[in-house]
Design a protein around this ligand. Structure first.
Ligand code: 4AZ
Length: 270
């Protein structure tokens, strides 16, 4: 439990440090508070999901014992996973992916070590744009449906309702370390850009998707990062950042796959 909290805190520090800069109206230590690490983790306000509904969803875990869930990802080739660049805080050998395991406290599913990590060259921790990493697996996960990338930059139009999947924090809205899903309406870039903290924190209409609920209560959260946002059977986005989780006025920010599709496809085919 402590290990998990520590790892979440590590992801938090890296993943939200930019958000802390952005949300200057809040005390910086708000992100490190017990509220964040003890009560909050993974998808908030979602429902339980079967991994068979989303067989391409993977949990990124640490490869050393006791292993800890750190992020999500999507299987796009038998040996390639798309996740978030900000999840890659350790060398490749520190990570493994798990597919087909709803409750991470149980056995089952398939586990593959990570042998190589590619980070999108346009990513940096200041603006957090292009928050993409491609993992190469040491052994392919075969016989599992893959998810295709959305290549149309207009697919993220306001009003569509993709689903986000993950094993992340639930803020006590469900069991932790258990696969959840949540439908999150795309709010349009203006909804996130209207938020000063988000605008100065690096939100970019061309490369981000703003999705969730302005009244709060339902959102992706720590541990969901890198996980799939899916519309019409295609990978529309990946969980990237936000100020806290499920807070009114602070929807989720996703990295827009279509904006990087060519670069990602080239990397995936290698
Ligand atoms: C994170 O730190 C994170 N509420 C992921 C998603 C969201 C916030 C933070 C969105 O990994």
């Amino acid at each position: 439990m402590m290990k998990r909290a520590a790892a979440i805190a590590a992801v938090l520090v890296l993943g939200v440090s930019g958000a802390a800069t952005a949300a200057t109206q809040r005390p910086a230590d708000d992100h490190q508070s017990g509220r964040q690490t003890a009560d909050r983790s993974l998808i908030v306000g979602g429902t339980l999901a079967a991994t068979s509904e989303a067989p391409w969803a993977v949990a990124l875990i640490t490869s050393f014992q006791p292993s800890t869930q750190v992020c999500g990802g999507a299987l796009v080739r038998p040996n390639k996973v798309i996740t978030a660049a900000h999840c890659m805080t350790e060398p490749p050998s520190s990570f493994a992916v798990v597919q087909g395991r709803s409750d991470l406290a149980m056995d089952g599913g398939r586990v593959a070590a990570v042998s190589r990590v590619w980070i999108h060259p346009g990513y940096n921790t200041q603006h957090r744009r292009n928050d993409f990493a491609v993992l190469t697996l040491a052994r392919p996960i075969t016989g599992v449906p893959l998810i295709r990338l959305e290549t149309n930059p207009k697919a993220d139009r306001r009003g569509v309702v993709p689903t986000v999947y993950g094993w992340g924090e639930t803020q006590d809205t469900g069991p932790s370390d258990t696969f959840h899903k949540l439908r999150v309406p795309v709010l349009g870039d203006a909804a996130c850009l209207a938020n000063k903290g988000y605008a100065t924190g690096g939100y970019a209409a061309s490369t981000n998707i703003c999705a969730g609920y302005l009244d709060g209560g339902r959102d992706a959260c720590q541990g969901d990062s890198g996980g799939p946002l899916v519309l019409n059977g295609r990978l529309l986005g990946t969980v990237s950042w936000g100020r806290g989780c499920a807070e009114p006025g602070y929807p989720g920010v996703y990295a827009e796959i279509a904006s990087a599709a060519r670069t990602l496809q080239a990397e995936i085919k290698r």
